[in-house]
Structures are given as structure tokens and as C-alpha cells.
Ligand binder design. Structure first.
Ligand code: 5GP
Length: 118
């Protein structure tokens, strides 16, 4: 893996500003710069893994902490009526930052998801 920091490592290290809403020893949660729902935050583990499969294989406890931070923020943000947790994995899914992150989307009725509609 490249030694160059990912964008999300630069946010974790406070080199790039972000609207941080929650932090634990192992995770950071901040608002997505291009929100796709009324509430759209990203949960990132402070240790870099390329995607959720790599994270699950290497450190399932850390994956559970990512999901736990997602649930905590969902509660804090008032998403009691439901929310969606998405891990885009690979190019076909539109993953653009190769430092695993959970999208947490909610705050309104969400649309269907799946195939790209041209
Ligand atoms: P992906 O496409 O890899 O699943 O998700 C990457 C997400 O990072 C996108 O939703 C994009 O809007 C978000 N993003 C890209 N650059 C920045 C940034 O500089 N700051 C923040 N807060 N989010 C970003």
C-alpha cells in the first residue's frame, strides 16, 4: 500500500478541515462534503484499510466499532425512523476514497438503491 496519506488520514490528522461530529479512540465521524441525504456522515476507522472486506478480515472488532459509531451518531442526529449504512466497495460501486468508510444516510425518506439509472 502507498505511504502517501489518504484524504481521510489527512482529515483524521486535522490537516484537511472537516465538520467532525463524533470521535472515539478508533473512529472519526464527519459530514460528507457532498451530502446525498438530509443527514450524510462518513465513519472512518483511524487505521487505514482499503475497503470493508479488508477491514473485516484484518480486524473485525474495529469493523464493529465503525458500525457502533454509526449507530451512536444516528441516534444523536435523530435518525430514529431509520437510516442506511453503505460501504461502497470498488470501482463499480463508486468507491473513490480507498480508506474504508461507512456512509450513514438518513433524516428523510430515502429512495431505492441499486442499478445506475441513465
Ligand atoms: P466513496 O465514493 O469513496 O464511497 O465516498 C467518498 C465520499 O467522500 C464522497 O461521498 C465524497 O462526497 C466525500 N468527500 C470527498 N472529498 C471530501 C472532503 O474533502 N471532505 C469531506 N467531508 N468529504 C469528502
Amino acid at each position: 500500500m502507498s505511504d502517501e496519506k489518504t484524504l481521510f488520514e489527512r482529515i483524521i490528522d486535522r490537516e484537511v478541515p472537516a465538520d467532525i461530529v463524533y470521535e472515539t479512540d478508533t473512529t472519526l465521524v464527519f459530514r460528507d462534503i457532498n451530502p446525498q441525504a438530509a443527514t450524510h456522515v462518513l465513519v472512518v476507522p483511524k487505521t487505514r484499510y482499503r475497503d470493508v472486506a479488508e477491514l473485516a478480515a484484518a480486524d473485525p472488532g474495529l469493523l464493529a466499532e465503525v458500525v457502533g459509531s454509526a449507530a451512536t451518531v444516528a441516534e444523536r442526529e435523530g435518525l430514529g425512523d431509520g437510516y442506511r449504512v453503505v460501504f461502497n466497495t470498488g470501482a463499480d460501486a463508486g468507491q473513490t476514497v480507498f480508506h474504508v468508510h461507512a456512509h450513514v444516510l438518513g433524516g428523510e425518506q430515502l429512495g431505492h438503491f441499486g442499478r445506475y439509472h441513465r
